[in-house]
Design a protein around this ligand. Structure first.
Ligand SMILES: [Fe+2]
Ligand SMILES: [Fe+2]
Length: 619
């Protein structure tokens, strides 16, 4: 690798270390705060350095890749492999940039082996994006089709299998063929058909004879695993009897293999495969739903809460999420399991909070995404809002500081507005009904506080996009980040306790006059919460440009500059009813104080909450 590439990688690793919240052992809060300030300053320095390394070295190389020599190309692929190797994700955004450039070079040069390999890796790069958008079919569609096109194109070279001599390239063709079945499909049948076809190819003696050096048995076994993973856990997306038969065969093969391996080691088979075995028996009518739930309870009870391996994460977090998927579809089964559910969530959240070195652990974040989708509020245990807040504190502490700050400052802004105009928020049914002014003021402030706290919840789907960013974002990352609005709305609206805040999550980046911002699905005039969405949107922007996001966006302003800019954008991006009030110096001062004070308060809570011991009490 080139020295600049090595330095870039070292900087990524430093950012990853810096992203871990430390310093709660500082002798006092002021010392902790100073530590945080230094940490942020160092991160900014590293980002600036990385940007100049890219601008001076990498981008010029990518622009003139056609002139690059072989040695440079080999180094470039080595560099890319250090950014992402299919598992650990140091900088997948840059990885995709590099592979896109390499691929266009190989296309023009018609170098087939290079193209096949690069298509495979670019597909893997897109797959990272797809797994982060779980449950959001439409939003993920674009990335899924980009990913699938890469794998399909590489897999199409199967017809030239005879001509290709390089066994590495043959391996990439077959792995691409298998990966065509990655990502979400409209129905489980579609995916199962894909895997069935892959299995047919992998088991075809003719292909095997053409490349006897390839690990065919491993490929076949991996394809069975893929088939097992296509098991649907939702009645809405029911499988046909043919699907069940296809999956059943693979489940039995994988189960027997893993049972034998586990017996050899004197252990139990992993929970993942026991659950697949139990659920296929349920789907083909050999077991009842109560029977299946009972077996899942046994597996979850057996999980060890100090096992931080992928199997441990599965048993402690994913399995409870699937258990809740079944309960969501069969709510009549919830009451008798209320206590069990409450203790299940206690265990899972304690486990997640105690998790050592969570940064970069995509397996953990994947399971947490499953948990935020498959959640059942019992009314007696952990509420969904509390869960989200605890996850935020633990995995995105900077975002927690931002969200708390936005909530508190928005509440202060609401009080200012209400004093002049008590009916300002009366489009909201729950507020209009309140006749007493002080009660109304409290209800509005409480709503603003929680709406602020939850407005960026969608970001919990891809924490590393924020915590591990060691350069300014590329276009694709802005695009991904913008999906936090839809993800937030989707997650918040699933649970009764957070449903009222979903419109704010959806609309806080939309522009007042609709001429910009996102997403299109937010229509301001149809939203009864629009005044609150406007307030959160404005306060969010003020906090972002003065404090929170300039590391990714490169845009940084002082508070007075930000206020002047907001006033200029009044009527276009921001509500003129609000920016009009910003023109009053007393209001400007009050908001500046609220931002400053609530940010400090949020840091104090982080300081007092040692990860793994105690999270701040939800408010
Ligand atoms: Fe946001
Ligand atoms: Fe925000």
């Amino acid at each position: 690798m080139q020295p600049y590439q090595e330095e870039y990688i070292a900087n990524l690793k430093e950012i990853s270390l810096l992203s871990v919240q430390r310093g709660q052992d500082a002798p006092c809060f002021e010392a902790y705060l100073e530590g945080q300030r230094q940490r942020r300053a160092r991160m900014e320095q590293v980002v600036a350095r990385n940007m100049s390394l890219l601008r001076e070295n990498l981008f010029p190389l990518l622009d003139r890749l056609f002139e690059a020599g072989d040695a440079q190309l080999v180094e470039l692929e080595e560099f890319a492999a250090a950014l992402f190797d299919g598992r650990s994700e140091l900088d997948v955004g840059l990885f995709r940039q590099i592979y896109r450039a390499l691929l266009s070079r190989s296309r023009l040069r018609k170098s087939r082996n290079d193209m096949i390999r690069q298509l495979y890796w670019l597909g893997m790069g897109y797959n990272c994006l797809c797994t982060k958008l779980m449950g959001l079919e439409n939003a993920a569609d674009g990335y899924t089709s980009r990913m699938r096109l890469c794998f399909m194109e590489a897999a199409a070279y199967l017809k030239y299998f005879d001509e290709i001599e390089d066994s590495g390239t043959k391996g990439y063709i077959l792995r691409s063929r298998a990966n065509v079945a990655l990502g979400q499909f409209k129905s489980p049948s579609e995916k199962i058909q894909m895997v069935k076809y892959t299995l047919k190819i992998m088991q075809d003696k003719e292909y095997q004879e053409k490349a006897p050096e390839l690990p065919w048995n491993r490929y076949i076994y991996m394809t069975h695993l893929q088939m097992v993973a296509s098991l649907s856990r939702s009645r809405e997306r029911a499988m046909t009897p043919q699907d069940i038969a296809a999956v059943m065969e693979s489940v039995y093969i994988v189960y027997q293999t893993q049972m034998a391996q586990a017996q050899e080691r004197g252990e139990r088979p992993p929970a993942r495969i026991s659950f697949s075995y139990d659920s296929i028996n349920y789907y083909c009518g050999l077991d009842s739903l109560d029977g299946l739930l009972g077996r899942m309870e046994l597996l979850m009870d057996r999980a060890e809460d100090d096992d931080y391996s992928a199997d441990g994460i599965y048993a402690m977090i994913s399995l409870p999420a699937f258990y809740c998927n079944f309960l969501q579809e069969n709510p009549e089964k919830v009451p008798e399991r209320r206590e069990y559910l409450d203790s299940l969530y206690r265990r899972a959240t304690d486990y997640a909070e105690r998790f050592p070195q969570p940064a970069e652990n995509e397996t953990l974040f994947f399971a947490l995404r499953q948990m935020t989708i498959g959640f059942v509020e019992t009314g007696s245990g952990l509420s969904y809002g509390d869960l989200l807040q605890r996850l935020l504190v633990r995995f995105l502490p900077e975002m927690y500081v931002h969200s708390h700050t936005v909530g508190r400052t928005a509440a202060a802004f609401c009080r200012i507005v209400l004093e002049e105009e008590p009916s300002f928020f009366d489009d909201m049914d729950s507020i209009r009904e309140i006749t007493d002014f002080h009660q109304k003021e409290d209800a509005v402030s409480d709503y603003a506080m929680k709406a602020g706290l939850f407005h960026d919840m969608g970001k919990i789907s891809f924490p590393n996009l924020y915590s591990l960013t060691a350069r300014q974002w590329f276009e694709e990352e802005y695009e991904l980040a913008s999906l936090h609005t839809q993800i937030g709305e989707d997650r918040l609206s699933r649970q009764p306790s957070t449903r009222p805040y979903a419109p704010v999550a959806l609309g806080h980046h939309a522009w007042y006059d609709g001429s910009g911002g996102y997403p299109d699905s937010y229509v301001r005039l149809e939203c009864p919460y629009r005044q609150m969405v406007d307030i959160i949107g404005l306060v969010d922007w003020l906090d972002n440009v003065t404090y929170t996001t300039h590391r990714y966006t490169g845009m940084k302003k002082t508070f007075p500059e930000a206020v002047r800019e907001a006033i200029r954008l009044g009527g276009k991006r921001f509500s003129p009813l609000l920016t009009g009030r910003l023109e009053d110096p007393a209001v400007e001062r009050k908001l500046a104080e609220a931002l400053e004070g609530s940010r400090r308060e949020a840091y104090r809570r982080l300081y007092e909450a040692f990860p793994g011991r105690q999270a701040p009490a939800p408010r």
